[in-house]
Design a protein around this ligand. Structure first.
Ligand code: GN1
Ligand code: MG
Length: 363
């Protein structure tokens, strides 16, 4: 947690309107550190999202910020004239001297967005309508970026959804056993290794490269507080070239189960077919126009692959001693891994039904 005086000094670097009035920690991300900054008074009060970028994860801030600039400006053009256009895409706020981020003397880098007002996100799914809305928003996001002019977007994190490489990293972490935890994660390690065959299902399918979001958790969608409609998607750090089914898969992981990502009561962890169906409908309504037959045919298995991959990533980080994801309790990453693997097991039991829905869905 960063002290208030520092936040205030950083905030003053940005072209916010009005005097700094206060800041508070914001959001639940595992990687970046976010603050809500308030400026000005009364009717002129404005809120901004100020984020310190995690440089251990995102090494090249200029490249990251250029991706985000291009993506947000392109979508802003696409939604111009639409109802509520201001809330359809994140808007960066530059520094007072026109840069996309501010670097403190010791190297910490910050960026800012306008806060989306009268909007909220959800940590867990509450209804099929909400799942459908979220999936529509991510599908629309992909559709908006389908004609982004060249050059190719940079890969902010190479091999991000390369599940075989994630598996190799797990095997390396098991060998190294850096935190001495492997013995107490035997069941999870065995679960992961017994499903090796799943890892290549998406990356070896010869799918077309698209611009995708890559972090399509339910909590990366903002909904209008009044209507419950999805407004826009947030957390654009991993937007880059990738595979469309990966985006769908992470929605299945995070929006078909009412339990939290780190739920310890595994009896609460189950994939709900009605929510899966709602996701399919929402996604296909927006992305159906450009998805190939091969991409469509992998939408069910994508849920399994991405849930597997996320379990592997949490397990790898637990074995390495919690170096990547922010943790809030002892063996938090192992808990998160167990939840993912319980969810994957639930999907495995319902895979045939998921496949049937994919085959019958219409745009
Ligand atoms: C991280 O920071 P956050 O919570 O939006 C991670 C995602 C994972 C997710 C798991 C850059 O996202 O890939 O799916 O945690 N982001 C990065 O909850 O690794
Ligand atoms: Mg996020």
């Amino acid at each position: 947690m960063i002290e208030a005086a520092r936040i205030r000094a950083v905030a003053r670097e940005f072209a916010f309107s009005g005097e700094f009035a206060g800041a508070a920690r914001w959001g639940s991300g595992h990687i970046q550190e976010s603050y809500c900054v308030e400026c000005g008074e009364g009717a002129a009060r404005r809120r901004y999202l100020l984020q310190r970028m995690n440089r251990a994860v995102f090494h090249d801030v200029p490249v990251l910020m250029e991706n985000i600039r291009r993506v947000t400006e392109h979508i802003a053009e696409r939604v111009q004239g639409h109802a509520d256009a201001e809330r359809r895409v994140l808007r960066l706020v530059r520094t007072r001297d026109g840069r996309l981020w501010h670097e403190e003397p010791e190297g910490a880098c910050w960026r800012a967005y306008r806060m989306m007002e009268r909007a909220r996100s959800f940590e867990t799914v509450t209804s099929p309508e909400q799942a459908m809305e979220a999936a529509r928003a991510f599908g629309e996001f992909q559709a908006h970026l389908a004609d982004l002019p060249p050059p190719r977007l940079a890969e902010t994190i190479p091999d991000f959804h390369n599940t075989p490489k994630r598996l190799a990293a797990l095997e390396e972490a098991i060998r190294a056993d850096a935190a001495g935890r492997a013995a107490s994660a035997q069941a999870e390690i065995a679960f992961a290794l017994s499903r090796r065959g799943l890892a290549g299902a998406l990356v070896t399918a010869g799918l077309p490269e698209r611009i995708v979001h890559n972090d399509t958790k339910l909590n990366n969608v903002l909904f209008d507080e009044a209507s419950g409609r999805a407004l826009c998607v947030i957390d654009l750090d991993t937007v880059m070239p990738g595979l469309a089914p990966c985006d769908f898969g992470d929605m299945v992981r995070t929006a078909t189960c009412g339990a939290a990502e780190d739920e310890r009561d595994l009896t609460k962890v189950a994939m709900q077919l009605t929510l899966f169906e709602a996701l399919l409908r929402g996604y296909v309504s927006a992305a159906g126009g450009f998805l190939t037959r091969a991409e469509r045919s992998l939408l069910a298995v994508a849920g399994l692959v991405i849930t597997y991959e996320q379990g592997i990533r949490f397990l790898t980080d637990d074995l390495a001693g919690d170096r990547y994801y922010r943790v809030h309790r002892e063996r938090h990453n192992l808990d998160r891994c167990r939840t993912q693997f319980a969810l994957l097991a639930s999907m495995e039991r319902q895979e045939a039904a998921m496949e049937r829905l994919v085959r019958t869905i219409r745009d």
